[in-house]
Design a protein around this ligand. Structure first.
Ligand SMILES: [Zn+2]
Length: 762
């Protein structure tokens, strides 16, 4: 078939468009099914959108596939064959479903334009070829509310008008309208346990009770159904399989898990997120998950595993925990008490003559074991530092560890062993054993069981004797951007910025707020053979193959500024500069970003807008700076509730209002958040979290994107208030708002957010 003339008609004005869309919406509301409705309004939609073709896809197979339920403008092919598209980055619709972002493509035949969006994105030319239509511009937008429901794709031919941002906006309007209809047709489909009611295993009253009971106890609905209603796992599994339309998989003790896929993923993380790979390889991974319709988690899984294809199975949370239970024997079964009694007997046997002058010759096997045990235990608990501290004479010393930013006592160490333990640490770190009056620092590497542990060691003389601190250096593979707890919008903004060919992107926050982790996650996205990446860091904590990483050394005057100048002579595409701590470094960074390089760096500032005023105060040229700046991400780490023991509850009115007010009620509504029905979680305490109720940390963010208005404000050195106001207008959510959203999703609580953002900071 030949292309007939350019799709005609004048472009509708905004009012005309909305008026006609409203009329279409009325028709859809009155139709029995969405399919029937689309038949009726198909031509009208083509017309108001000004496109040749459009396709409406609906998510099926729960997060695995899109099914085309209607194709406008393609009548002769409409009934011919079913079009199914996998959720994957290799097709336009599949990519939109996966990333949940809208895309506008000027020419789908231009491979470089597709690769810019995603390295694996392709356009299936068969579609175009079969029909003899040269397809050119395309828009695809997600149809979603809280979850992904489908994709709307608009297509024009060569010779037709191209698309611009106003078309994208109109497509978004139509997709919102469709989302409402999708939601209604889905709701009649019921919940995951409804099949049990339909088959008469349970009354609907019982099910409602069980669900309420589960949410009250913070337990899973399936566990309540098994415990209180004597339903079998198989019966529940059948209902889940029916609802999610993927097979149910029960716990099987004989199953051998695919170790290659589990490499580098901690079981704690999987237990918390309730999924695991149960079979397959990097080509096709089989994932067991309790909710295969949860797109947020599925995207995260894809980020973590990075397999080519995924197959899903649904399982009970209890069964997933069974698969993930830790059955490996502990590092050493000897308890600390046993070790101390060994030490006591050994020191009796050795009976050192001069207690005040032990050298490492008096080191016993018991002491070696004790120190190894302390390090292994600290490593197992995820500690960042170990402190071995003497106390006043006659009192025992102590070993404390820092976990998630807070110190806690690991053990009390009898006075007579404290100095010996510190001496042992000095031996393995190759420090001068005899020197106890001056501070020393060194490094050591240990192999305990299968783990290689690297530590930086510092000793300091106190009035009660030497004290030692060991920092455990977590050997560095980068984390994935998808696992950094970024909101969907922030992640999208970062990816947009990171794929710019030049400009400046800053990650800011206090020491220990995870800035390096974030930057390396961004770099891992950019780390492809086509890009030359130089980094200057102090210290190099995370290493990645493919990067050229340089350790700066201020002792010999090898500074960030000097490294930066050297990089510019070394043909870079992307440069990471550890910190923009002075005017010279900042100036070279801006110069580099204006001369065609993408520059990433960090700064110690409290908020994203404040970063701008800080740099201007440093004396940067506002014209160059405003041209260079792409965006600023501010972040902090907030402790999270222990996933094992946290308890869900419904907040009272005063608590609800406090959070609402703290967020800003107007923003709350504008950001589309649910104002009434909340389920929050609170700390309880169990053995997994040392009784504290908290385990692990999660970042909260504030993402400022430097748009044209902000650029203008920077140019004329506007005040912090003006910058902040404009950033909010441009859609920035403050760290506090991001934190409140994370409280609302049950990851943390009010007390923890206050600790990181304080009450007064805006
Ligand atoms: Zn706990």
């Amino acid at each position: 078939m030949l292309v007939q003339g350019i799709r005609g008609g004048e472009r509708l004005s905004e009012e005309q468009f909305l008026a006609r869309l409203k009329a279409i919406y009325q028709i859809i509301r009155q139709s029995k099914t969405l399919e029937v409705a689309l038949e009726t309004v198909g031509e009208g939609l083509l017309d108001i959108l000004g496109v040749r073709l459009f396709t409406v896809y609906q998510c099926v197979e729960n997060g695995k596939e899109l099914l085309a339920i209607y194709r406008g403008g393609d009548a002769e092919y409409n009934s011919s064959s079913e079009i199914r598209v996998h959720f994957s980055a290799t097709s336009v619709a599949g990519y939109v479903a996966l990333s949940q972002r809208s895309i506008l493509i000027n020419d789908v035949n231009d491979t470089s334009e597709l690769v810019d969006i995603h390295p694996r994105l392709q356009f299936d030319r068969r579609f175009s070829d079969e029909r003899g239509w040269p397809i050119k511009p395309m828009i695809a937008v997600p149809i979603k509310d809280e979850v992904m429901l489908g994709v709307l794709q608009l297509i024009n031919f060569e010779g037709d008008p191209s698309f611009d941002s106003s078309d994208l906006k109109r497509a978004a309007f139509v997709s919102q309208m469709l989302a409402r209809q999708f939601r209604e047709s889905l709701q009649s489909n019921g919940g995951p346990f409804d099949q049990l009611v339909k088959q008469g295993s349970l009354s609907s009253r019982d099910l409602a009770d069980a669900q309420a009971n589960a949410s009250l106890r913070g337990a899973s609905v399936s566990s309540v159904l098994m415990d209180n209603y004597s339903l079998s796992a198989e019966a529940i599994g059948k209902s889940l399989a029916h609802h999610y339309r993927v097979p149910f998989m029960a716990y099987d003790p004989a199953l051998i898990l695919p170790l290659r896929l589990l490499e580098n993923i901690s079981k704690g993380y999987l237990r918390k997120n309730l999924w695991l790979p149960v079979a397959g390889d990097k080509n096709e991974a089989v994932i067991l998950i309790d909710d295969p319709s949860n797109h947020q988690r599925i995207m995260e899984i894809q980020g973590v595993l990075n397999a080519r294809n995924y197959v899903f199975r649904v399982g009970l949370p209890e069964h997933i925990h069974l698969f993930l239970r830790d059955d490996s024997p502990p590092e050493s079964s000897t308890s600390f008490e046993d070790l101390f009694s060994v030490l006591a007997s050994q020191s009796k046997a050795a009976q050192p003559e001069r207690l005040d002058d032990e050298d490492h010759g008096s080191e016993t096997s018991g002491m070696i074991q004790l120190v190894n045990r302390v390090i292994a235990e600290a490593d197992r608990l995820g500690a960042s530092d170990i402190h071995i501290e003497p106390s006043r004479e006659g009192a025992p010393g102590s070993v404390r560890i820092r976990v998630d930013g807070l110190c806690r006592q690991l053990l009390v160490i009898p006075e007579e062993h404290c100095a010996a333990a510190i001496a042992r640490v000095k031996v393995i770190s190759r420090l001068n054993i005899a020197e106890r009056r001056l501070p020393q620092d060194g490094k050591c590497k240990l192999k305990l069981a299968d783990r290689h542990i690297e530590m930086r060691v510092a000793t300091l003389p106190t009035v009660h004797g030497e004290s030692v601190v060991m920092r455990l250096l977590t050997p560095g593979s980068p984390m994935q951007l998808e696992t950094l707890s970024l909101s969907v919008a922030n992640q999208r903004e970062i990816m947009t910025i990171a794929t710019q060919p030049h400009g400046l992107f800053l990650v800011v926050g206090p020491t220990g707020s995870g800035k390096t982790t974030t930057l390396h996650a961004v770099l891992s996205k950019l780390n492809t053979p086509e890009r030359k990446i130089w980094t200057a860091e102090d210290p190099v904590e995370i290493t990645q193959d493919g990067l050229q990483q340089v350790q700066v050394q201020s002792k010999i005057n090898f500074t960030f500024a000097m490294a930066m100048r050297a990089f510019l002579r070394a043909d870079p595409d992307v440069i990471l500069i550890g910190e923009m701590r002075d005017k010279e470094t900042a100036n070279i960074g801006i110069e580099a970003s204006l001369t065609g390089h993408l520059v990433l760096s960090t700064l110690h500032t409290n908020s994203a807008p404040e970063t701008i005023t800080r740099l201007l105060d440093l004396g940067l040229d506002p014209i160059n700076f405003s041209d260079a700046l792409l965006g600023v991400l501010a972040q902090r780490l907030m402790r999270t509730l222990c996933a094992n023991c946290k308890q869900a509850y419904e907040p009272g009115e005063s608590e609800r209002l406090r959070l609402l007010e703290w967020y800003g009620e107007e923003d709350f509504v504008n950001h589309g958040l649910e104002t009434r029905q909340w389920t929050l979680c609170k700390a309880v305490g169990c053995s997994e979290c040392g009784g504290t109720g908290y385990k692990g940390r999660m970042a909260i963010h504030e993402m400022l994107v430097c748009g044209s208005r902000l650029r203008g404000l920077i140019y004329r050195r506007a005040s912090l208030d003006e910058l902040r106001h404009q950033a909010a207008q441009d859609g920035m959510r403050t760290m506090r708002q991001d934190g409140i959203e994370k409280i609302l999703s049950g990851h943390s609580d009010y007390s923890q957010l206050i600790q990181v953002v304080g009450v007064a900071i805006d």
